[in-house]
Design a protein around this ligand. Structure first.
Ligand code: GN1
Ligand code: MG
Length: 365
């Protein structure tokens, strides 16, 4: 019996398992779909313990989150649309996770059927759906006290922290034959250290408040209904924790408005698509306008610029440190990903005025 099969039987499933297949394209955890003899499908995931040192905290957060959303969803009938979060399945021993013989940490969740994900946005309607879904998610949790949530990944979205770590990594001996690409990446990053503090500074000054956030709002964490094309769920809730909603908005836009994707063949094709940006933000704000503050709006451009730069720094640092964090397909993959995020950052900087103008237009300042 494979390790996945062995662990799947520790959860409450109806019937025997007929198949287990790897699923999705996550860069951190290992994900499988389990199909039972009764044709029920379930998501089974091994949490990356190197990234999440206390996976049980993730599960506690998910319990708090689901409880909160269920209460809210029952009273939220304004538009008739709902956003689902996957249910957690219990293990036979009554816990919501299981540990394998090697100490691996596993959890099982509902598989939301008749849905699909996208790695690239292909039309404005999809961008509007993403805006709705992120906005609705934030609306559902805007009154969830962040103090009830654990920090599952300390230092996540701590851009100054990532920059300091990047500098440490550059101080070590380089892989021999440092390439032109590496040189390009290093000099882009080194020149922008100063910009990493912008959100942390605003948080320190009390201008931005800490709320419950999702933390990992990239496009392929949104599930679309296959038939209607509507966004029905936001998944990958491991990084739900206290943070700034600007992280979520910035991350969502860096992922959606770059239609070339995270590993483009041609880095020069990466750019920030203003129409997609507008569609996401407009539909996001339709759900969240009621509780966002003026200061929240004031830092939107900074967040849109910072998060791609931060991810580029993370990829570049991982490349320098030997690719121990993000899964890679080939040597140099993380360097290539870093350059794509830096090109996106540069495109955002080139479009600073139109991006600020569209934000002002949408928030009405
Ligand atoms: C990771 O696990 P996955 O693929 O959803 C990463 C995100 C990055 C993303 C880039 C916990 O997300 O922060 O934005 O890769 N998640 C973690 O694709 O580090
Ligand atoms: Mg993730």
């Amino acid at each position: 019996m494979s390790i996945e099969q062995d662990i799947a039987y520790k959860f409450v499933l109806d019937g025997r398992i007929s198949a287990i297949h790897p699923h999705g394209r996550g860069l951190i955890n290992d994900t499988f779909v389990v199909t039972t003899a009764t044709d029920r499908q379930v998501i089974l995931q091994r949490i990356n313990r190197h990234v999440f040192p206390h996976p049980e905290r993730i599960m506690e957060n998910l319990r708090v989150l689901s409880g909160h959303i269920q209460q809210r969803a029952a009273t939220d009938s304004a538009t008739g649309r709902t956003l689902r979060v996957p249910e957690i399945l219990m293990a036979r021993d009554g816990r919501n996770f299981a540990i394998d013989a090697e100490g691996g940490f596993w959890r099982a969740q509902e598989f939301i059927e008749h849905t699909r994900t996208y790695d690239n946005i292909s039309n404005i309607a999809q961008a509007e759906e993403i805006g709705f879904a992120l906005g609705r998610f934030h609306a559902l949790i805007h009154d969830l006290d962040p103090a009830k949530l654990h920090q599952t990944l300390p230092g996540f979205h701590d851009a100054p922290g990532y920059f300091a770590r990047f500098l440490q990594a550059t101080a070590r001996p380089r892989p021999s034959g440092a390439s032109r690409e590496l040189h390009q990446g290093l000099s882009f990053a080194e020149r922008r250290g100063g910009l990493t503090r912008v959100l942390e500074k605003a948080r320190g000054e009390g201008k931005l408040v800490v709320r419950a956030i999702h933390g990992d709002t990239k496009l392929n964490n949104f599930l679309f209904d296959i038939q209607t094309g509507k966004a029905v769920s936001l998944i990958d809730l491991d990084t739900v924790q206290p943070g700034l909603i600007q992280f979520d908005i910035g991350d969502c836009l860096r992922s959606c408005a770059n239609t070339a994707g995270e590993s483009p063949e041609d880095i020069a094709s990466v750019r920030f698509d203003l129409d997609i940006g507008r569609a996401v933000l407009e539909h996001y704000l339709a759900e969240t306008r009621g509780f966002l503050t003026r200061a929240d709006f004031e830092y939107l451009y900074d967040a849109i610029r910072l998060i791609p730069f931060e991810l580029g720094l993370r990829f570049l640092t991982d490349h320098l440190e030997g690719n121990h964090y993000f899964k890679v397909d080939r040597p140099g993959h993380n360097l290539h990903r870093a350059l794509a995020q830096f090109r996106l950052t540069a495109s955002i900087e080139e479009h600073e005025q139109p991006i600020k103008a569209l934000i002002n237009d949408l928030v009405g300042v």
